[in-house]
Design a protein around this ligand. Structure first.
Ligand code: UDX
Ligand code: ADP
Length: 452
């Protein structure tokens, strides 16, 4: 088959690279309007950082994997088109702040209707509100000129930082489609693509709406676990319990399980908040305000946690951070990615900048331009300094905040950091990566979420 993927982002790029790598019979072309992004995909320096991605891209690029800005040409030739464009939260009009902004999806559907030739299978890869497939179908059919379109939902469950391993050995692949004979045939074609490397029993097929809703629900459940443990972290601080010990004790119950119980400054990333907001909007739309309120509380707890962390820093530093240098280690929303979307670091830095602190940030993969964009700071704004390493960021700082759990931070020479800091020196551990007791022995007044 000729496969086209519209959108060369964090989802489209790695997913298509894996399909091309594993299903060598198919030719995969990833297209994007953003020329700089496509140029980067065709270069030695890929636009996104993911461990292991370089290897699989290099193995297939130019053979059966191509990156191009020729969106129309690629759509015209394709037997199967994945839509993997961004679906941010709407920032205007009705549903602003909650509903998904579907204008990029709609544009793709119109373009497919306009230029595709022959019968085409259209696969929704982006996470979408339930029943989006219906809108896509309506747009395609209104301009079908006798062509047959089948719409499938195939949400992606990869997590950033582990995308390659998640794609290589997924817990499951989910494919939803209409249950008529043509729909079932289309589902089978996509099943065959994945069956090149995913065991058949891990490929789940459902109707369209179940697939769309499953993705939102999976992300809502994961985020809910984090908000639950973060809520308990506040109680631990009030009572003297240790949230790590509580999480461990709770997680050993096989019905609960140990994963996603790490208390943090709050979850970030492009998916959790957006998908829950989406779910909340859907519940309201379908007349279920109590269900909407229930899910919205997961986001409220996350916001509370981010601000609580920033407040705690201010109170610990004698109620003022004005003109104080605060070192921030890590700006990405998690380790092993250069993605900063909704990173807790943004919210913490914003709160501290509002308190007139001077922030010195070091992150191994995030550029200065990206940080300034996220914090809405001009290039000459001196409240932010971006440092070349952790030692430069922490030198003369009053406090160090560990906001992303990059492996390299574990190997830092904290004795040196402590010596070079302004005294008394405080360490705030938001991501639970270091032995706080050992740091206390050096002299740090160490403070981690949940540990008092
Ligand atoms: C998530 C889902 O895991 C993935 O299945 C979906 O396809 C996209 O959304 P992602 O956002 O890439 O993936 O990363 P994830 O590992 O889920 O982490 C999200 C956020 O939660 C990060 O900020 C992380 O630090 C935080 N987190 C995670 C915690 O605070 N505590 C935990 O125990 C786990
Ligand atoms: P995700 O994390 O979902 O992959 P990204 O924002 O990283 O989201 O990537 C989405 C990509 O889709 C962007 O590179 C954007 O330029 C691209 N895109 C959006 N609309 C279109 C379109 N109509 N045609 C081609 N590419 C598009």
């Amino acid at each position: 088959m000729k496969i086209c993927c519209i959108g060369a982002g964090y989802v489209g790029g790695p997913t298509m690279a894996m399909i091309a790598h594993k299903s060598v019979d198919h030719t995969v072309t990833v297209v994007d309007l953003n020329k700089a992004r496509i140029d980067a995909w065709n270069s030695e320096s890929l636009p996104i950082f993911e461990p292991g991605l370089d290897t699989i891209v290099q193995a297939s690029r130019g053979k059966n994997l191509f990156f191009s800005t020729d969106v129309e040409g690629s759509i015209r030739d394709a037997d199967m088109i994945f839509i993997s464009v961004n679906t941010p939260t709407k920032t205007y009009g009705s549903g602003s702040g909650r509903a998904a902004d579907l204008r990029y999806i709609e544009k793709c559907a119109r373009q497919i209707a306009e230029v595709s030739e022959g019968d085409t299978i259209v696969v929704e890869k982006s996470t979408l509100p339930v029943r989006t497939a219906e809108s896509v179908k309506r747009i395609l059919e209104s301009n079908s000129k006798g062509r047959q379109f089948q719409i499938l939902s195939n949400p992606e469950f990869l997590a950033e930082g582990t995308a390659v391993q998640d794609l290589e050995a997924p817990d499951r692949v989910l494919i939803g489609g209409s249950q008529c004979p043509e729909g079932l045939a289309a589902i089978q074609k996509l099943v065959d693509v994945y069956a090149s490397w995913v065991p058949r029993e891990k490929i789940i097929t459902t109707n369209l709406w179940s697939s769309e809703l499953s993705k939102l629900t999976a992300n809502a459940f994961l985020a809910q676990r984090i908000s639950s443990i973060n809520a308990i972290s506040a109680l631990c601080e009030a009572t003297g319990a240790d949230v790590d010990e509580v999480a461990h004790a709770v997680g050993t119950d096989s019905r609960i399980g140990p994963k996603f119980l790490k208390s943090s400054v709050g979850f970030g990333g492009s998916c959790f908040q957006k998908d829950i907001l989406n779910l909340v909007y859907l519940c309201e739309h379908f007349g279920l305000p109590d269900v909407a309120t229930y899910w919205n509380s997961v986001i409220e707890m996350n916001d509370y946690q981010k601000h609580r962390f920033a407040r705690r820093i201010v109170t610990t530093l004698f109620n003022t951070v004005s003109d104080k240098k605060i070192a921030v280690l890590g700006f990405a929303f998690k380790k092993d990615t250069n993605d900063t979307r909704e990173s807790a670091a943004i919210y913490v830095c914003r709160d501290l900048i509002e308190e007139l602190a001077n922030i010195a940030v070091y992150d191994p993969k995030v550029t200065e331009a990206q940080m300034r964009r996220e914090l809405s700071l001009a290039t000459d704004d001196t409240q932010l300094t971006v440092c070349k390493d952790a030692y430069e960021a922490t030198c003369d700082a009053h406090a160090v905040l560990l906001l992303t759990e990059w492996e390299e931070f574990k190997a830092l020479d904290f004795e040196r950091i402590y010596r070079d800091m302004h005294q008394p020196a405080f360490l705030f551990d938001g991501r639970n990566i270091l032995d706080l007791n050992a740091l206390r022995e050096i002299g740090f007044e160490a403070s981690g979420i949940g540990r008092g």
